[in-house]
Design a protein around this ligand. Structure first.
Ligand code: IPM
Ligand code: MG
Length: 360
């Protein structure tokens, strides 16, 4: 039976980068069924909500979701529950997409894009496995309330709840260990166990799960040290597993190591391998509609979609090779452009990828 993909382009550069990824997917397999639906600010404008019921229903019944980007300054003053970001948080929670895979790969040929010295980053290929549906992001209670005792009595306080259930940690640990096994068999778990109860609990469970993976070398690091180690010696890492909040921060840091966030895809998976695939970068409203955005992160997200949700490793590799080849040919969108290369627009980059795919 044909597979269904929900295509949610969203705001800013979302539509134009998604357009290129769609061309690639259709080329790979014209029988895949692609259904587009509004999301984010665009959906708010159209239907009054960043994640309309109809979009959520479509996403739920699809085998995978290809997501562009959401957000624009013009929605900054909306109440929190109507802001574009709620669309992605709502999808993660509703589809139970607890495992977020965020690779940070430095492509040979883009060495100069990094702000770090070549010898520090050359060969970087790490993967952050971020837990995505728990932690302080979703913990209850949260809100603003009156303080009832202590130094700040009668004052107002804002509060959130950091929490992890044992099974939540076990399932993300299992994914991280499995992936480590398929890579360099090195896993680093990042927490703040010297201060936080949640983190000590997290660490204990990770250690327990590690007993099933004696072939994977497990280490632990505190988040503050990890933030430092990532810029000091990023090559020490292969797979990192961490909670939602720390993963949010570290994955931005890791993507910057490559200097080309426009190149980085991501996958968010649930227990049934249903997944949401999106570029790691945002909606960049300042450059929207100008045909200058880099579509490669979205195209590489489509490759991850084929790999993880549709079980089509060969097609995923085909796309990844095509990306590598156009880079080798010297094509660059403006975010990764340097002198001596060929500057191309969003659509032209898409054309080049299609050309590589059809040569084979
Ligand atoms: C990300 C983003 C989101 C997050 C925002 C947009 C809610 O920063 O995907 O990393 O914090 O998870
Ligand atoms: Mg983030």
């Amino acid at each position: 039976m044909s597979k269904n993909i929900a295509v949610l382009a969203g705001d800013g550069i979302g539509p134009e980068i998604i357009e290129q990824a769609i061309r690639v997917i259709k080329f790979i397999d014209p029988t895949l069924i692609l259904n587009e639906a509004p999301i984010g600010g665009a959906a708010f404008d159209l239907l009054g909500h960043p994640l309309p019921e109809s979009t959520l229903e479509l996403a739920k019944k699809s085998d995978a979701v290809l997501f562009g980007a959401v957000g624009d300054w013009k929605y900054d003053n909306l109440p929190r529950h109507l802001r574009p970001e709620q669309a992605i948080l709502g999808l993660r929670k509703s589809l139970k997409l607890f495992a977020n895979l965020r690779p940070a790969v430095l492509y040979p040929g883009l060495l100069n894009a990094s702000t770090l010295k070549k010898e520090i980053v050359s060969g970087l290929n790490l993967l952050i496995v971020r837990e995505l549906t728990g932690d302080v992001y979703f913990g209850m209670p949260r809100g603003v309330r009156k303080v009832i005792d202590g130094e700040f009595i009668d004052d107002l306080e804002g509060f959130d709840t950091m929490r992890y259930a044992e099974s939540e940690v076990r399932r993300i640990a299992k994914i991280a260990f499995e992936i480590s096994r398929s890579r360099n068999k090195k896993l680093c778990s990042i927490d703040k166990a010297n201060v936080l109860e949640t983190s000590q609990f997290w660490r204990n469970i990770i250690i327990d799960v590690s007993k099933n993976y004696p072939d994977v070398e497990l280490s632990h690091m505190y988040i503050d040290n990890a933030a430092m180690q990532l810029v000091k010696n990023p090559l020490q890492f292969d797979v990192i597993v961490t909670g939602n909040l720390f993963g949010d921060i570290l994955s931005d840091e890791a993507s910057m190591l490559t200097g080309s966030i426009g190149m980085l895809p991501s996958a968010s998976l649930n227990a049934n391998k249903q997944g949401l695939y999106e570029p790691s970068h945002g909606s960049a409203p300042d450059i929207a509609g100008k045909n200058i955005a880099n579509p490669l992160a979205t195209i590489l997200s489509a490759a991850m979609l084929l790999r993880y949700s549709l079980n089509r490793e060969k097609d995923a590799l085909k796309i990844e090779n095509a990306v590598q080849q156009v880079l080798n040919d010297g094509l660059r969108t403006s975010d990764i452009y340097e002198e001596g290369y060929y500057k191309v627009g969003t659509k032209e980059m898409g054309d080049a990828i299609l050309k590589k795919l059809s040569n084979k």
